[in-house]
Write a protein that binds this ligand. Structure first.
Ligand code: AGP
Length: 611
């Protein structure tokens, strides 16, 4: 998720574009750049790091220009370097493009353009755009038409801003599956990936829709669709403050990021499913290597560890390879039995967690192959592991991990399926064939969106339970893995004592805790173990505990629960991703009802870079 801004007016464009960009740093901040017309070419200034680095680069004598576009990057293709920073240019230096999204077919497009003689200077998918526009400009003779023709070649998602000496007084913008708005100020216009960036200048915005291609000049906005047909869009007057707008109108980043989960999982899967197969390009593991691995150790902390618990079960079922999920801080002191036949899978949102980094280095020293699942491109874990798969979930600001967890589960499924394809594994997966699992995985964003519809019910449940002081989450199999994550969500943002237990263990001790007021949340999404779970819940009810059950729509719900949460059905291994949506919302709304800060809980940090 990157940030694009632009200003089209009479002067001061560079300063305004950069001031606007500052308000989008939460969308990505590993490198930045700006482009503006100068002496009949487009000048581009870029830097790694945040926007202050760009000010240093521009120095004191900032040119006084009327048009500029700027970009802050969240890398998805190509390390966060100056060469990979946006905007990117064509061969002539007459065109510059800033882009937010993923161009899935950039490889073939780049090959085609290189065969035509275009020279590339970055590793990014984006750089194909200015060269495509340059190519079609020769054919069409008109810049706007060249942009349309170029975007019709693109598969994937984009929000783009195009600046060119061929259109000195304006900017061309377009969007598909990535947000873009136009701020309508008197005598000037702004463009931005998100509303906060334009609010200091105007509250009147045009929210673009997929397929829009728009010419923006100081006095006019000419809107067409991708085929060139004139389109109409009514402006919106924004009632938010800037701070509210940075959270997309949500009260907290955590709630915003929960609602981003369908998009985050869609981006995690983007370009990685082809018919009924998973494709993970960029992994340099040969089929012989995949066959060499005889054990898997999944190593992580916190939420990432809980994603690993799902991965353990899934990999053992699909690959029939012994797989363990181990807490990183335990792994490194356990004299781990890993060698060149072990694949050590490290999962981390930040890629900077000290214990996970130490575990990776320990595993490498013992000869294991280290593969990382990471959200932050260019992070230490991403750079040091032998292989890396990015979750592509976009920046996660709230300390409590939500969309990153779901994206990790999606990527773990892609990895297990990809691995199974490489070794023709038996795929004994609760009777779920590979084509069916791939098909259901592709539906996961929609299933998550459907689960989000239940928020009003969850909020009223949270209001009833917010004063309770003890929560126990119960589950079996995948439900136990999900229960672990659900308990962490509640305890870390509401400060209520919450723990997860394997449901079958209740009689071995925890049942003694049950008394009126204790809340037991049972996850009943696994057909093979639901009956046993229901008897556990009946034991709780018999002792006057409060029982909440999470079950799949259509499942009969026996007596014995006080409250029910229903979620859409899916194959067993995908249920943790769906069950956590209402349970994340429950934790959020309980914490909110208790007046907790939520985004920055006490005593916690977003990335635990100390041991
Ligand atoms: C989860 O909500 C917490 N923020 C924490 O447990 C986190 O998952 C853990 O610190 C691991 O972080 P990482 O994924 O960045 O390595």
């Amino acid at each position: 998720m990157c940030g694009i801004t632009g200003f089209i007016g009479s002067d001061g464009a560079i300063q305004i574009a950069l001031e606007s960009l500052k308000r989008l740093e939460y969308r990505g901040y590993d490198s930045v750049g700006i482009a503006y017309p100068q002496n009949n070419h487009i000048a581009v200034v870029r830097a790694t790091g945040n926007i202050s680095r760009l000010h240093d680069r521009l120095g004191g004598d900032v040119p006084d220009v009327a048009v500029a576009i700027a970009h802050t990057r969240w890398a998805t293709h190509g390390q966060p370097t100056e060469a990979n920073a946006h905007p990117h240019q064509d061969c002539s230096g007459q065109i510059a493009v800033a882009h937010n999204g993923i161009i899935e077919n950039y490889g073939p497009l780049r090959d085609e353009l290189q065969r035509m003689g275009h020279r590339f200077s970055s590793e990014t998918d984006t750089e194909v755009l200015p060269h495509l526009i340059e190519h079609y400009l020769h054919e069409a003779g008109d810049l706007v038409e060249a942009v349309r023709l170029s975007l019709r070649r693109v598969e994937g998602s984009y929000a783009v801003a195009v600046i060119s000496t061929r259109y000195p007084g304006g900017v061309i913008v377009a969007r598909k599956d990535s947000p873009l708005v136009i701020g309508l100020a008197e005598g000037s216009k702004l463009i931005a990936s998100d509303i906060p960036a334009v609010l200091p200048y105007t509250k009147d915005v045009l929210i673009l829709e997929d397929g829009d291609v728009v010419v923006v000049t100081p006095g006019a906005v000419i809107l067409t669709d991708i085929s060139g047909k004139t389109a109409h869009r009514s402006p919106t007057r924004v009632g938010w403050s800037i701070e509210e707008a940075e959270k997309g109108g949500y009260s907290h980043y955590m709630l915003k990021e929960i609602h981003e989960e369908p998009v985050a999982v869609r981006n995690a899967l983007r370009g990685r499913i082809d018919n009924d197969r998973a494709i993970l390009e960029g992994l340099t593991i040969s089929p012989a290597d995949w066959r060499r691995f005889q054990r898997v150790e999944i190593v992580a902390c916190g939420t990432a560890y809980h994603a690993g618990l799902v991965g353990k079960r899934l990999m053992e079922q699909i690959l029939r390879i012994p797989t363990e999920a181990v807490i990183a801080s335990e792994f490194r002191y356990s004299d781990p039995l890993v060698d060149e036949k072990t694949l050590v899978l490290l999962i981390s949102q930040s890629g900077e967690t000290a214990d996970t980094l130490a575990a990776m280095r320990e595993a490498k020293q013992r000869g294991a192959y280290t593969l990382a699942i990471v959200n932050v491109m260019g992070s230490t874990l991403a750079r040091e592991a032998d292989g890396v798969i990015y979750t592509q979930a976009g920046p996660e600001i709230g300390v409590a991990s939500t969309k990153a967890y779901l994206a990790q589960l999606a990527v773990i499924h892609l990895l297990a399926i990809h691995w199974a394809q490489q070794i023709d594994a038996p795929f004994l997966n609760d009777g779920v064939s590979r084509p069916l699992l791939v098909n259901e995985l592709e539906r996961l964003p929609d299933l998550i969106a459907s689960a989000l519809q239940g928020e009003p019910h969850i909020k009223s449940l949270a209001d009833r339970l917010a004063d309770r002081s003890c929560f126990i989450y119960l589950g079996r199999g995948y439900d136990f893995a999900a229960a672990m994550e659900a308990a962490l969500k509640l305890k870390e943002i509401s400060y209520i004592h919450a723990e997860a237990y394997a449901a079958g263990e209740m009689k071995h001790g925890p049942l003694a805790l049950i008394e009126p007021g204790v809340v037991v949340i049972g996850l009943a999404t696994q057909p093979t173990t639901n009956l046993k779970l229901w008897s556990n819940l009946k034991e709780v009810k018999a002792r006057n505990g409060t029982v909440v059950v999470v079950h799949t729509e259509g499942e009969s719900v026996p007596d014995g629960s006080d409250y029910q949460i229903s979620i859409p059905p899916a194959p067993p291994s995908l249920m943790p991703a769906i069950a956590l949506v209402p349970l994340q919302l429950l934790a959020y709304h309980i914490a909110n009802a208790r007046g907790c800060p939520i985004d920055q809980p006490r005593n916690l940090a977003k990335s635990v870079t100390v041991e």
